[in-house]
Design a protein around this ligand. Structure first.
Ligand code: ZN
Ligand code: ZN
Length: 163
């Protein structure tokens, strides 16, 4: 399906084709929290990078986070390119050249109605501050960092892939 998204000021609008439109993942890492506000749930969908169409490119800015996990001696620059609107600050999508065929729009930027996920996956809980509530259902899965299951595999397991 084609999903359409925009930033809050509507300076940037975009569309992308996706087979994996269920926003099932809540990420509790500090990058999501600080760059997106609130509980920081960057719910990454995945779409086909070749189908991405963008209007208002002049407003786009890219943030590459510096990441330092407790076990790391030094911080490293993330390969993930977080695209956001430089005018209103809305987070739009993440692109990582490690997976050049994929684009990961943030569900928060999508205007097309998305399917409700039957099960949520809570990730990066190691980095969740105490004030952020973990509102997990009985079937939800929880991980201290990343799960092994990919976005595509989650959709296959739930029969949630779309054309
Ligand atoms: Zn904007
Ligand atoms: Zn995160």
């Amino acid at each position: 399906m084609k999903i359409e998204g925009s930033c809050h000021c509507r300076g940037v609008r975009f569309s992308v084709e996706t087979q994996h439109p269920s926003p099932f993942m809540r990420c509790y890492c500090s990058v999501c929290r600080k760059t997106q506000g609130g509980g920081g749930y960057a719910i990454n969908l995945s779409g086909d990078a070749r189908s991405l169409k963008v209007r208002g490119k002049q407003h786009l800015k890219v943030y590459r986070a510096r990441i330092q996990n407790p076990e790391d001696a030094r911080a490293r620059k993330s390969t993930g390119q977080r695209n956001f609107c430089g005018r209103c600050g809305s987070a739009l999508w993440l692109y990582d050249p490690t997976w050049p065929e994929l684009i990961h729009p943030f569900a928060s930027a999508i205007d097309t109605p998305l399917p409700e996920a039957p099960e949520l996956v809570h990730i990066m809980l190691e980095f969740k501050p105490d004030w952020v509530p973990l509102q997990a259902g009985k079937k939800d899965k929880k991980f201290p960092r990343y799960p092994k299951e990919s976005i595509a595999e989650w959709h296959q397991r739930h029969g949630a892939e779309v054309e």
